[in-house]
Design a protein around this ligand. Structure first.
Ligand code: PLP
Ligand code: COI
Length: 341
């Protein structure tokens, strides 16, 4: 069926908020979630002392809906977002929004905003942002009694300006996550922690920060919004193993693709910062970042350089295979693609 689409310049979208027609809202009160509704109202009204406003009790997810080569509107592994959000909620003393209901709400939001799902081939996607926050008043430091779960949708293009041109990272003097803290869940507070570091990085001409482990500052962790993969000179795909980074769904998928589709060896292990110069390729991976090549890492005066003009050869193969799987031109592993319509 031919769908009317919004009249947007799909090819030239950036990664920003655009108000779409519908969002999903469900409220938690007296120990249970209400049945949830779609609403046109993009404003949230909460008490001045809401848990989220005072003690940052909030977590979120990010996933995309897009049009495949075959004309279906699909999401990529949304079950893993549902699961990760449940983990985030538990760590932040928030009630879990049941995973089945999370998936159903995703479908509802995508269907209600189907005119906002970018056409196949445009490179754009409909980014979905599920999130939850403490909505009732607290003043002593404790979890709220009431919560709101919402999902909104916004059409997006590439996360980094310039599309797939390699970016430059710097190793900052700031940390992102503490040992035994919340780095492994998608808590809003992790991103609040990173705001000063990202503004400072941008002011100095870098696209992102490459954080080190805060306990020893000797091992590579991740950036503010993506995991990192490296390729060794003998074509092994290596990624940091750490308890304080977010378990990226894109990274887990890429490691599978590297092994099963490309026949490459993979390693998830500690990566000492001195090893950076030994790698031949580096890229950021995440829902927003997809697979963004890194051209250079600057570590306090030391410049570690990769290909500054083009995506590395192995990175390109990973990118093409993942995109092919997502867009339906390469057969996907069982359960990876959820057809919405
Ligand atoms: N790491 C951080 C800190 C992130 O914010 C994200 C984005 O969600 C990722 C990694 C990538 O995770 P995913 O591939 O699940 O989007
Ligand atoms: C995502 O990739 O979905 C994220 O949440 C990262 C954020 C920097 C936009």
């Amino acid at each position: 069926m031919l769908k009317t689409k919004k009249d947007l310049d799909w090819q030239n979208l950036g990664f920003g908020y655009v108000k779409t027609d519908y969002r999903y809202v469900s409220n938690y009160k007296n120990g249970s979630w209400d049945e949830g509704v779609l609403t046109g109202d993009s404003d949230v009204t909460i008490n001045e002392s809401a848990g989220v406003l005072q003690y940052a009790q909030t977590c979120f997810e990010g996933l995309k809906a897009y049009t495949t080569a075959g004309g279906h509107v699909v999401c990529f592994r949304p079950d893993l977002n549902a699961k990760r959000m449940a983990d985030s909620c538990k760590r932040l003393e928030m009630p879990v929004f049941p995973e089945e209901r999370f998936l159903d709400a995703i479908s509802k939001v995508v269907k209600a905003n189907i005119e906002w799902v970018p056409p196949y081939g445009s490179g754009a996607t409909l980014y979905l942002r599920p999130y939850m926050f403490g909505s009732s008043a607290v003043i002593g430091v404790k979890p709220a009694q009431e919560y709101q779960f919402r999902i909104f949708a916004t059409p997006v293009g590439p996360y980094f300006k310039g599309g797939v041109k390699p970016i430059t990272l710097r190793v900052p003097d700031f940390d992102r996550a503490a040992p035994r803290g919340t780095g492994h869940v998608k808590a809003g507070l992790n991103y609040a922690m990173s705001l000063h570091a990202i503004v400072d990085a941008h002011n100095q001409g870098y696209s992102e920060n490459m954080y080190l482990d805060s306990a020893t500052r000797t091992k590579v962790e991740e950036t503010g919004g993506a995991n990192i993969i490296f390729v060794t000179k003998d074509n092994k795909v290596v990624t940091p193993k750490s308890d304080t980074i977010l378990p990226s769904i894109t990274r887990r998928s890429l490691m599978y693709v590297a092994q099963k589709y490309l026949g490459l060896e993979t390693e998830e292990r500690a990566i000492p910062v001195e090893e950076l110069k030994e790698f031949k390729e580096c890229a950021l991976c995440g829902t927003a970042a997809v697979l963004s090549p890194v051209g250079e890492i600057v570590n306090h005066g030391e410049h570690i350089c990769f290909d500054k003009e083009n995506m590395g050869e192995v990175t390109k193969k990973l990118y093409d295979t993942l995109l092919g799987i997502q867009l339906g031109t390469i057969e996907a592993p069982e359960g990876w693609i959820k057809v919405i319509e």
